[in-house]
Design a binder for this molecule. Structure first.
Ligand code: G6P
Length: 471
């Protein structure tokens, strides 16, 4: 296998299998900005991407796709259950999202997590050229940086954490809190979404290891008595803004937006929620607030429709199965109480859609509701803003989403405060065009300036700097 100067390691490969196609059309590029952001680096440096192809017991040889070398890491059915559904999504996910759902700590899950992280580290070590740069992504692979450094001390290693890092009071519940910090500290740069996340991580390191943390980085003692510096810093991720702006200008997508409005009975206002079906997203809080506004008579079903896209996610994890039942019960009740023959209160779609349809929905929506209880960033908020070239539309944004740090002109909400959320929705529905324009313009400027290419560039620049400083 040829070796790469630049290697990305992520739980998932940036492709999905399309049906049972063979050869070149067996794979389709998966949506998501990360691969778009990294494409220029991937092409210019002969990059490789190490990741799981989805599914169980699938052993595939490395293959070329869109100018990248993709290196599939196999997972057995047991490992999907223990490492992916268990440790990653029933322990780390709820713990790192402030225990919205109760994390389960199971030793067999941890053992599988260690084993699978080692497999990813070995695959990355095998794909990397001497002195290469390896960029590890997200909470499924927190042990990879240190494991990789042990096998390949010649590499420059970056890690980016896409989800929140919790305060020590919660993090300290983790029975393997030392091992996870050790794993992360194997990186030269540990990137986070918010300044608060980087601060929580540095505090955890101080509490657990008593290492010195300075502005220049955390001093990590080495076995040979020297110290290495690991930089922990915020690099807020973004979207491929230009591609959203472009899609939003396409006549067929604009026509589709009009068609969506029409098929909803041309309500005066369309409210929109777009989330993976996940308990971190605050979908129930949003439904409660909307249902009460109908009940209070502050909104009428003839005037306003809520479109809620909840894309299927992690469907074998108990908390997700239960959440789906709860949401669908609530939607059914609200629609049962308020629908008329011609109008629906909530158009609920438990489906995933292609980007084009999402952009049409963004264009059709007067108000975008992002009411996450905790969210690393929330890229949907940025996508909505990117598509609104007419500077119309209102973003209601939870202060618990990372995006709130940058999108200060959104209507900010605490989704736990249902009365506050109701007032925010009313304010959004009634906001005059002039105020919409002022707010949207300021937010669009941010999203256009700070796109995902700028994000990867700033991370990789910091990584090069950190490596130089440590030599
Ligand atoms: C979040 C995580 C990603 C993850 C994605 C989808 O955005 O930060 O690492 O890939 O959710 O979840 P899934 O479990 O389907 O990969």
């Amino acid at each position: 296998m040829s070796k790469a100067e630049f290697v990305v390691v992520a739980n998932r490969l940036p492709v999905d299998r399309s049906g049972d196609g063979e050869g070149d059309d067996a794979w389709r590029r998966s949506p998501g900005g990360l691969v778009t952001a990294l494409e220029p680096v991937m092409q210019s440096e002969d990059g490789a991407w190490v990741g799981w192809a989805g599914g169980a017991d699938l052993t595939l040889d490395p293959f070329e796709f869109d100018g990248m070398l993709l290196v599939p890491v196999p997972l057995s059915a047991d490992e999907v259950e223990l490492y992916y559904e268990g440790m990653s999504n029933d322990t780390f996910w709820p713990l790192y999202h402030d225990v919205i759902s109760e994390p389960r700590y199971r030793r067999v899950w941890w053992d599988a997590y260690v084993k699978v992280n080692r497999r990813f580290a070995e695959a990355a070590a095998g794909a990397a050229e001497q002195g290469a740069t390896v960029w590890v992504q997200d909470y499924q692979l927190q042990l990879v940086p240190a494991m990789l450094r042990e096998i390949r001390p010649d590499l420059t290693i970056g890690y980016f954490h896409h989800i929140p890092f919790p305060a020590y009071g919660l993090y300290s519940q983790l029975p393997w809190r030392r091992q996870v910090l050790e794993g992360l500290l194997g990186a030269d740069v540990v990137g986070f979404q918010r300044v608060a996340d980087a601060g929580n991580f540095a505090r955890a390191v101080r509490r657990v290891f008593h290492y010195q943390t300075k502005a220049t980085g955390i001093e990590v003692p080495q076995a040979d008595g020297t110290t290495r510096v690991a930089l922990a810093k915020a690099f807020p991720i973004s979207i491929d803004t230009a591609s959203y702006v472009e899609l939003a200008q396409r006549p067929d997508i604009r026509a589709r937006a009009a068609e969506i409005r029409e098929s909803l009975g041309n309500p005066r206002k369309i409210l929109l929620g777009v989330d993976r079906l996940d308990y971190t997203k605050g979908i129930q809080h949003r439904l409660k607030a909307f249902g009460e506004l109908l009940e209070d008579g502050r909104l009428a079903v003839e005037d306003v429709t809520l479109v809620q896209v909840a894309s299927p996610s992690r469907e074998r994890v108990a908390a997700y199965i239960q959440l789906r039942d709860e949401i669908e019960l609530k939607v059914g009740r609200i629609n049962g109480d308020y629908d008329t023959m011609g109008h629906t209160a909530i158009r609920y779609l438990h489906q995933g859609f292609p980007r084009e349809e999402m952009v049409a929905l963004f264009l059709a929506a007067d108000v975008m509701l992002v009411t996450a209880l905790r969210d690393g960033m929330n890229l949907v908020a940025k996508e909505y803003v990117a598509t609104r070239a007419d500077n119309r539309g209102v973003l209601v944004l939870s202060e618990f989403a990372g995006a709130a740090d940058e999108l200060a002109s959104a209507i900010r909400v605490n989704p736990h405060d249902i009365d506050g959320l109701k007032d925010a929705i009313m304010r959004a529905v009634e906001m005059p065009a002039g105020e919409q324009g002022r707010r949207m313009r300021a937010m669009r400027r941010k999203v256009i300036e700070n796109d995902v290419a700028a994000w990867s560039k700033s991370f990789l620049t910091a990584l090069r700097g950190a490596k130089k400083a440590s030599q």
